[in-house]
Design a protein. Structure first.
Ligand SMILES: [Zn+2]
Length: 217
């Protein structure tokens, strides 16, 4: 079965949210609705929702995942967390409508590259909102060769060129705390993408905060 674990290419990220939204989302929408499955497995996200607000995937997109291209997570579960930046242009939008356009852009880009869905499990916007990406029922597609058992969290923005907002960092810390508790993940299993692959992700202005999380007790 084809899966979407192919390597992320950095140049694919060097797009603006606007460009990605307009060009890629159209491509995604044109994709046959064959992608739709009646009822893909849902992950129980109660453990997050009782700790912090979480916007579910269906609240920001009507495009279903192409589950034929996804790989179901298995009994091993998740034992590490990898943090990313979107790596597009500088993003400081905070309105829900503008954020959804960015999310559409990320999703559209991944679908156009034949990923079955957005590659990350969670997305954190500049205002600090947390959005569900790919269902936890499926392994993510965010670190080449390291997608199994690996939770993927992305912060919108390019932290080579901007600093994350305080709200974004706070939400990242909170989400990582909740995920670690749920899956009993030790802090040294919290990574920046750069720890696992040849990339600048999550960017020089975010990586120190990631390192701090990976060194917590
Ligand atoms: Zn990354």
């Amino acid at each position: 079965m084809h899966s979407d674990t192919r390597q992320f290419k950095r140049r694919d990220f060097l797009r603006t949210c606007g460009w990605a939204m307009s060009a890629l989302a159209v491509g995604a929408l044109r994709r046959p609705v064959e992608a739709a499955l009646a009822s893909p497995p849902q992950a129980d996200l109660t453990f997050i929702k009782r700790e912090m607000p979480l916007r579910l995937r269906h609240e920001w997109t009507a495009i279903p995942p192409n589950t034929f291209r996804l790989r179901l997570a298995d009994d091993r579960g998740y034992n590490r967390i990898t943090l990313h930046h979107a790596g597009t242009e500088v993003v400081r939008v905070t309105s829900e409508r503008a954020v959804v356009r960015c999310l559409d852009g990320v999703l559209g880009g991944h679908l156009r590259r034949d990923f079955g869905d957005v590659g990350y499990h969670f997305i954190i916007d500049y205002a600090g909102r947390v959005w569900e990406g790919r269902s936890l029922a499926y392994w993510g597609a965010h670190v080449a060769g390291h997608n199994e058992e690996n939770l993927g969290v992305v912060l919108l923005g390019n932290f080579e060129h901007q600093r994350p907002s305080a709200a974004q960092v706070k939400s990242m810390e909170h989400l990582v705390h909740v995920l670690r508790a749920r899956y009993r993940i030790p802090s040294h299993e919290v990574y920046g993408h750069i720890d696992l692959g040849q990339t600048l992700c999550p960017g020089r202005y975010l990586y120190p905060q990631v390192q701090r999380l990976s060194q917590m007790a």
